[in-house]
Design a protein around this ligand. Structure first.
Ligand code: PLP
Length: 375
């Protein structure tokens, strides 16, 4: 079965093997050396002043960013399940909460954010997804962050990059916390989350908040190449293997370029079948198709063609399906996925199979590159 859900994503074999070694103790020079090397790789990936690894799923990074960086009221952008979660985290921690709500295909806009800030002077942090996975939507986070900092440099900008870090280069110059999670673009099993922090964020964190998720405690320890609590040793070893694998396959620039080509080729192939993209501004992390037959298509992909893609949640249940584009994906795997969608449409009597999806995918993917990229 080909796993093509936008999280969890498949773990490459070399990474699985790297994690198959006997468990090592986390308070040893051996693990500290691995931790140090992983940190150095993460600084390159994030481009931030500090990076912190936590033994938690992505939501742990979201909660720690909110509790440590928001001391009064959080403004959260809700264009989907994950944006909504930021508001729930603020409320669960007794913080003030202001929400800007959009349809799941609609990106936030600068004017709305500035208006909300002007109306609610207690807001001291903004939380937004770079890629909102619920509908495959890309928010204009960099532009919003720049506009916010221009009028209110004290506002902490928290950007959830769980389906963006490792997908595309993010300009973090106006972002205070950017979040990643192991089971999405980083191609690992779930259980590790990462925060990239700005100098301003470190200042605001001060002595930190909370206990397990106290970022001041972690900053102090992780600068010494250790963790406050037991590190996710096996996942850290896996993460280092992932980052080295990315380097071996041409580095971050190559990964971003391939992801962008893959994204354009999948979208082009599916649109050539008459299918429609859901988000107004699609994220590169996934292609999201809106279709009344979404459930039927997913079921046929699964039962007849060995392809597992994600559906929708809440009001989009049965109305969308989402195909992952994150990670080191082979073109011959994803071209099978678009081909299988065409086969499914034929089975349903919606169009006669003629290989259009596969043809368009390959034309788009390989005309933008050279033959050396076929690996
Ligand atoms: C997956 C995901 C998360 C984190 O979810 P966990 O289940 O806690 O790992 C947060 N934000 C986005 C955009 C995601 O895609």
């Amino acid at each position: 079965m080909l796993l093509f859900t936008p999280g969890p994503t498949p773990v490459p074999e070399s990474i699985r093997l790297a994690m198959a070694e006997p468990t090592i103790h986390h308070r040893t020079p051996e693990f500290e050396a691995i931790f140090k090397e992983t940190r150095e790789e993460l600084f390159k990936l994030f481009g931030t002043d500090e990076v912190i690894m936590l033994a938690s799923s992505g939501t742990g990074a979201m909660e720690s960013a909110v509790t440590n960086l928001c001391h009064h009221t959080l403004l959260n952008i809700n264009s989907g399940k994950f944006g909504e979660r930021f508001g729930k985290i603020a409320q669960a921690n007794g913080l003030g909460s202001v929400e800007l709500k959009y349809e799941w295909n609609t990106p936030a806009n600068i004017e709305d954010v500035l208006e909300a800030l002007a109306k609610n002077p207690a807001i001291d942090a903004l939380a937004i997804q770079i890629s909102e996975s619920a509908g495959g939507l890309r928010h204009p986070v960099e532009a919003i962050a720049a506009a916010v900092k221009k009028v209110r440099p004290d506002i902490m900008v928290i950007a959830d990059g769980i389906t963006a870090i490792g997908v595309e280069k993010i300009d973090v110059s106006n972002i205070d916390a950017v979040l990643a999670g192991s089971q999405k673009a980083l191609m690992l099993p779930p259980g590790l989350s990462i925060l990239g922090l700005s100098k301003a964020a470190i200042e605001k964190i001060g002595k930190g908040k909370g206990y397990y998720f106290n970022l001041a405690t972690e900053i102090k320890n992780q600068r010494a190449n250790t963790t406050a609590w037991t590190a996710a040793t096996t996942l850290t070893i896996g993460l280092l293997a992932v980052l080295k694998q990315i380097d071996a396959e041409g580095g971050l620039e190559q990964l971003y370029m391939n992801t962008q080509k893959r994204s354009a080729a999948v979208l082009g192939a599916l649109e050539a079948l008459g299918l429609s993209s859901y988000p107004q501004t699609p994220a590169l992390s996934m292609t999201t198709i809106i279709d009344d037959d979404a459930s039927k298509i997913r079921n046929i992909l699964n039962s007849d063609f060995g392809v597992n893609v994600a559906g929708g949640q809440d009001h989009l249940k049965g109305k969308i399906f989402r195909i992952n584009q994150m990670g080191l994906i082979k073109p011959y795997e994803i071209s099978w996925v678009v081909n299988a969608v065409e086969l499914a449409l034929d089975k349903m009597g919606r169009r006669v199979y003629d290989g259009t999806a596969n043809k368009i995918f390959n034309e788009l993917y390989f005309s933008l590159t050279n033959q050396e990229d076929i690996k």
